[in-house]
Write a protein that binds this ligand. Structure first.
Ligand code: C5P
Length: 399
């Protein structure tokens, strides 16, 4: 087939490396060819022979392999594939990537590539939780690296928690999402989503925030990717893992969210699902504020930028379809219609939060999709179903 895709698969040194043999088989079944690159540590867990047999091609292991430098060269190797996948990605490999080290073939290829990179981490739970690893992950996400996993569960080392390599099927799905080989109603469309709360610092340890869990925004991002879209998720702090194959940008404040959103235009569809804090402290304190007998501190507030309204007002780069969310407790549709006008967006998805108790953090919701001339209601749906209704309607509209 002419549209056969190819990936460069970098295999790090961890017990989970055995799963990459199955991964190669699955990818071949999906018409994706694999060029394996094995690190020195990876070769302690799987052999070049097994990889070469399954991939039906040569396995690359050594930066200073002269034959390859004349015939292929590491620059070309890093660029000839459609996409680079690191599985398993060890803490060490991610640390090298985050810091731009290039002292072996794998890290050199990762620094030299001009292609998207998907990382499937696998490591002991303590190594995953370590601040150094978390710092590296944040850097990599900032650099645009995509992630799938890790999964939560029992580990080969006997401990339990996050750190298990995602199953081959999950990794294949994430790869398909990025390569857009799985055609969906949003194939070829870019979708930009804001999600979660924002944190507005009062001092280095305190902040203004709200109860948003981010679940609806993350469900939208996951659904958009599975419908074939190229997805960027700009999110405030949440407890959720970013969906696989989605470009993720983590921010804290409303102003950072606005900047990241504007920096990721143009987009065919933008969905503002974030619960942006309305106010920030004008000047947050440099040091932790102390209690004083002389009285209470006064927080001098400033209004935060309205990201949805900012996107709506853009002259050149306005997303083709701009969707806002609104949580309402009374006369939901009437209030949402007013919000549609005020914000200048194309649709408002209104949540009825009056009867359900607290929609924040719940998996279920009731939504009304309000456009200039229609209202469609979906009662008691999961946030994933709500996302599907919104996105299928969006796909239909942009056809
Ligand atoms: O908070 P409010 O009801 O105004 O939110 C309505 C919509 O506006 C939501 O889509 C929310 O993401 C967006 N919004 C925003 N920036 C703000 C406040 C709200 O993008 N500062």
């Amino acid at each position: 087939m002419t549209d056969k895709k190819s990936i460069l698969l970098i295999i790090g040194g961890g017990i989970a490396a055995y799963k990459c043999l199955e991964l190669i088989r699955r990818l071949k079944e999906h018409n994706i060819s694999v060029t394996p690159v094995l690190t020195k540590a990876g070769a302690e867990f799987v052999t070049p022979l097994s990889l070469a047999t399954l991939a039906e091609t040569q396995v690359h292991t050594d930066l200073f392999d002269l034959k390859n430098e004349t015939e292929i060269g590491h620059i070309q190797l890093s660029r000839q594939a459609d996409f680079v996948v690191v599985a398993p990605a060890t803490a060490d490999l991610m640390a090298k990537m985050a810091n731009g080290l290039a002292n072996d073939l794998a890290s050199t290829l990762l620094l030299a590539t001009d292609k998207d990179v998907l990382v499937a981490p696998a490591m002991n739970v303590r190594m995953w939780d370590h601040p150094a690893t978390q710092r590296n992950i944040a850097t990599l996400r900032q650099d645009g690296v995509l992630f799938v996993g890790p999964d939560d569960g029992d580990m080969a080392c006997g401990e339990t928690g996050p750190g298990r390599l995602s199953e081959p099927d999950q990794i294949v799905q994430a790869i398909q999402a990025v390569l857009h080989v799985k055609k969906g109603p949003l194939s070829g469309k870019s979708v930009l989503i804001t999600a979660g709360p924002t944190h507005e610092p009062i001092d280095p340890v305190r902040y203004i925030a709200n109860r948003s869990s981010g679940k609806q925004g993350y469900a939208l991002a996951e659904m958009a990717a599975s419908l074939g879209a190229d997805v960027t998720l700009v999110s405030g702090p949440t407890k959720l893992s970013p969906p696989a194959g989605v470009r993720y940008i983590g921010i804290e404040t409303a102003r950072e969210m606005r900047d990241a959103t504007l920096a990721n235009l143009p987009a065919d569809i933008a969905i503002c699902a974030a619960a942006v804090a309305d106010w920030r402290v004008k000047k947050s304190a440099g040091q932790k504020m102390k209690k004083s007998k002389d009285g209470l501190p006064v927080l001098d507030l400033a209004e935060n930028p309205d990201i949805l309204a900012t996107l709506s007002d853009l002259k050149d780069n306005r997303p083709h379809l701009l969707i806002g969310f609104a949580a309402e407790t009374e006369t939901v549709i009437e209030h949402a219609k007013k919000k549609l006008k005020k914000k200048g967006c194309d649709w408002i998805v209104a949540n009825d939060v009056s009867t359900e108790g607290n929609v924040f953090g719940n998996d279920e919701t009731s939504i009304h999709i309000i456009t200039k001339d229609s209202v469609e209601s979906f009662e008691k749906v999961t946030k994933s179903e709500a996302a599907q209704h919104v996105l299928l309607k969006a796909a239909e509209t942009l056809k």
